[in-house]
Write a protein of this length. Structure first.
Length: 200
C-alpha cells in the first residue's frame, strides 16, 4: 500500500535519471519511488495549484497522481518521460476536481466561496491593481468549462507551446487550439490579454 507522501522542499537534484528510477520502481524499489517523488513533487504541486487556483486541494490531487503513476508504472512506454506522464495524470485529476466541485456547488453541497481564486496564489507583495486583474481573470475562468480552463492556463499561465498543451491534456492539436481559442475569446472580452501567436 502506498502511503501519503509529504512534499519535500528543496529536494536535491537526482543522482539517477528518471529512466533508471522507473526501472527500479518497476522492480519494487520503494526508495526509487521516494526519489521520483522528491524530484517531481514540488513542481507538479505548483502546476496543480495554479490550474486549480487552490492550494487547498492540490495536495490531494498530487497524492492521487503519484499513487496512480506508481500503480500504473508498467504502462509508461518511455521511462525517461516520467515527468510529462505524471503531469498528464495530474491534469486528468485536476479536471475531475474542477468538475466535481462545480457540480457540488451547483447542487448546493459546497459553499459559493471562491476556492478557485488565482489571487490566493499571488505573491503577498502583489499590488492592488494586480489582485484586481486576477479577480477579473478568475471571473472569466469560472465561466469556462474545465477543459477550456485547463488548456488556457497551460498556454497562458504555464507558457506551454500548443503541441505540448495538446500532449498534456491528451487531445489533438486541433482540439487544444479550439479550447484555447474559446477561452481566449471569453478572456479578451473583459481583459486586454491578447491571444498568443499560433506558432509559439
Amino acid at each position: 500500500m502506498i502511503t501519503r507522501l509529504r512534499l519535500v522542499e528543496g529536494a536535491k537534484p537526482l543522482a539517477e535519471s528518471d529512466a533508471a528510477l522507473v526501472a527500479r520502481v518497476r522492480g519494487g524499489d520503494r526508495d526509487a519511488e521516494d526519489a521520483l517523488y522528491r524530484a517531481h513533487a514540488e513542481s507538479t504541486a505548483g502546476l496543480i495549484a495554479r490550474l486549480l487556483g487552490s492550494s487547498q486541494d492540490a495536495e490531494d490531487v498530487l497524492h492521487d497522481a503519484f499513487v496512480i503513476a506508481f500503480l500504473q508504472i508498467d504502462r509508461l512506454r518511455e521511462p525517461s518521460a516520467f515527468r510529462g506522464w505524471l503531469r498528464q495524470i495530474a491534469i486528468i485529476r485536476v479536471r475531475r476536481t474542477i468538475r466535481r466541485k462545480r457540480l457540488l456547488r451547483a447542487l448546493g453541497l459546497l459553499p459559493a466561496g471562491d476556492d478557485l481564486a488565482l489571487e490566493r496564489l499571488a505573491s503577498p507583495a502583489a499590488s492592488p491593481e494586480v489582485l484586481a486583474e486576477l479577480a477579473v481573470i478568475d471571473g472569466v475562468l469560472r465561466t469556462l468549462s474545465a477543459d477550456q480552463r485547463i488548456a488556457w492556463m497551460l498556454r497562458y499561465v504555464e507558457g506551454h507551446r500548443l503541441v505540448d498543451v495538446a500532449a498534456l491534456i491528451g487531445c489533438s492539436l486541433a482540439t487544444a487550439k479550439r479550447r484555447i481559442a474559446a477561452a481566449a475569446e471569453a478572456m479578451s472580452a473583459v481583459t486586454d490579454i491578447a491571444p498568443l501567436e499560433e506558432g509559439r
